[in-house]
Design a protein around this ligand. Structure first.
Ligand code: ACM
Length: 567
């Protein structure tokens, strides 16, 4: 909101009146107003009292949850096949927890930890053990799923069967992930009866509908502690997500230790008074800071792996790079470039230059460390929202334009370099929708399509593999109701819970359309401009996250019933 500012000193009561005109679409939510303000005068800093924004266009609509019958047992996402039976298995302090397959040990450990954490007063003492024998009386047994069962199952590596009778529990799978999913269903089924835990008799056969099921967390706009990140990853495991996409860098913060370039975190991880990055979003009189040391990253990766979750890092280039540019001006600031541009977030200096050697040295150094640190085979390179007007007044880029290059193809030059570098490091490059603008990157690049499903389809029809993450339904930072007080942003719309449930990926695409083969999965995302604390993060994530996990096309009735959110 910097478009037009008028100020007049009223004199009599010494107050200052400031009026802003912003050329935006109609504002409907109080969150659209200023979050925080400071006044600097004569070298002094004065706090400012903010009144709520005066909204002229609030919605009168309210969301309403449709009337549906409760499910007998609420499991989210709804399993492929579920058969209820009479009776219960009651856990006791002597119930053995046996992993017949060593691949099942992490899942058994997770199950034990979670039951003890969630039900500290329960009469249980689950101590996971490896055992060769296939049976055990009144036990919870994790054992291999026979090949004959798996033969015709799509995404069989994540399939599982869960059988509960009054005699015991059997979870069968063929990978560590399959066992985790079986344990996740068991955790959702668990019922507390005074100090006893019981499980309803049931038979579940389940396998994912999409091979990729992700959640992105932005840790750049506001930093989230390792504990917060782990807490979320643990929750993702309950809902059978298999990917955590870690947005580590952006204009307002660089959050990943790069040992060869300590400046990146020394200067790029702090913003506020007396730092290189101007205050933003919240608490602007204070310094906001934080980054992840490499040993912390390894710890998070290991924690996630023990829950069947792969961690994909995102280093967002060439736009959204203000923190990096301010931290490493000698490498990344092009003093010859007089271009004027303004990014969606109003920055005029946040794009890497294809004309600088430093850009490529930066990419070599950062991507080499990232590739070594993260075992995931994919690295997300961002590529979103490079503003119009960029590189138009850079002498080198002007020459290249004279030879037919456009802004998109210049961006493509940087991204092709990154792609080749990543390939040499054994990684596949993935990026936001705009990564294929300029037609330079290879079809091996995976596209995260965020602007619409039509855009996803367009990319798939052009031969790219795609992850669906349409902002209109899967962006968890969008408001969840029409009330003006509802927290969140609304540029992509309002996403009430029923919309999250009703979102059916690729609903309009014929079942035999070849583009379907390119649709690898679905992801939801939480951008953190407004996420200043754990409560706000939880508020935005739940209850929408589980139904957005379109593993099996969860139905609305699966949510009704008692589900304990894993705290
Ligand atoms: C994005 O939302 N800019 C990927």
């Amino acid at each position: 909101m910097r478009d037009d500012t008028r100020a007049s000193n009223t004199g009599a009561n010494q107050s200052l009146y400031i009026e802003f005109d912003a050329h935006t679409p109609p504002l409907r939510f109080l969150c659209a107003g200023f979050k925080d303000a400071l006044l600097y005068a004569n070298g002094e800093q004065y706090s400012v009292m903010l009144t709520p924004i005066n909204l002229a266009h609030t919605y009168t609509t309210r969301s309403s949850i449709p009337d549906v019958n409760p499910a007998e047992h609420a499991i989210i996402p709804a399993p492929k096949s579920i058969r209820h039976q009479p009776g219960y298995f009651v856990l006791s302090p002597t119930t053995p927890l046996l992993a017949v397959d060593t691949q099942a040990l992490p899942a058994a450990q997770w199950l034990s930890n979670e039951l003890i954490r969630l039900y500290p007063d329960a009469d249980i003492a689950l101590d996971p053990r490896h055992q060769d024998a296939m049976t055990g009386d009144h036990a919870i047994i994790l054992r291999p799923l026979p090949d004959t069962v798996l033969r015709d199952i799509e995404h069989r590596d994540e399939a599982y069967q869960l059988t509960v009778t009054d005699q015991g529990v059997v979870i069968q799978a063929c990978t560590d992930r399959g066992f985790i999913h079986g344990c996740a269903s068991l955790l959702q089924l668990c019922q507390e009866e005074e100090t006893r835990l019981r499980l309803p008799a049931i038979k579940i056969s389940d396998a994912p509908r999409f091979g990729y099921r992700g959640m992105m967390l932005d840790c750049a706009r506001h930093f989230h502690s390792v504990d917060t990140v782990k807490r979320l990853i643990n929750q993702l495991a309950y809902f059978k997500f298999n990917t955590f996409h870690w947005h580590l860098t952006d204009d307002e913060g660089w959050r990943l230790e790069i040992k060869a370039l300590p400046e990146l975190t020394r200067y790029g991880s702090q913003r506020g008074p007396n730092t290189r990055l101007a205050p933003q979003f919240s608490h602007i009189a204070e310094r906001h800071e934080g980054y992840y040391r490499q040993e912390e990253v390894r710890d998070v990766i290991e924690y996630a792996a023990a829950r069947g979750i792969t961690v994909i890092p995102e280093i967002d280039i060439p736009g959204h790079c203000r923190a990096a540019i301010k931290a490493l001006p000698d490498w990344l600031h092009d003093t010859n470039d007089r271009s004027t541009y303004r990014s969606v977030q109003h920055y005029t200096d946040n794009v890497l230059s294809p004309a600088l050697d430093g850009t490529y040295r930066f990419l070599d150094t950062v991507l080499s460390e990232v590739a070594e640190l993260f075992p995931a085979s994919w690295v997300h390179i961002g590529a979103d929202e490079v503003p119009d007007g960029v590189w138009t007044d850079s002498p080198v880029c002007r020459d290249r334009r004279a030879h037919g290059e456009t802004t998109a193809s210049l961006q493509g030059q940087i991204l092709t370099y990154a792609e080749q570098k990543l390939r040499a490091l054994g990684k596949r490059m993935v990026g936001w929708e705009e990564v294929q603008h300029g037609d330079k990157v290879s079809k091996n690049t995976v596209i995260y399509s965020w602007q619409s499903e039509e855009a996803a389809l367009h990319c798939a029809q052009h031969g790219f593999d795609v992850i669906l993450t349409p902002g209109q339904t899967t962006y968890l930072d969008m408001v969840q109701d029409y009330a003006a007080t509802e927290p969140g942003l609304d540029w992509a719309g309002v996403t009430p819970l029923e919309k999250a449930y009703q979102y059916e990926p690729l609903a309009s695409l014929a079942s035999d359309d070849p583009a379907r083969d390119h649709m690898l999965g679905v992801q939801c995302a939480l951008w953190s401009e407004l996420i200043t604390n754990q409560d706000r993060l939880d508020y935005m994530v739940f209850p929408s996250l589980p139904p957005l996990q379109k593993q099996h096309g969860a139905k609305a009735n699966a949510v009704i019933g008692s589900i304990t959110w894993p705290g």
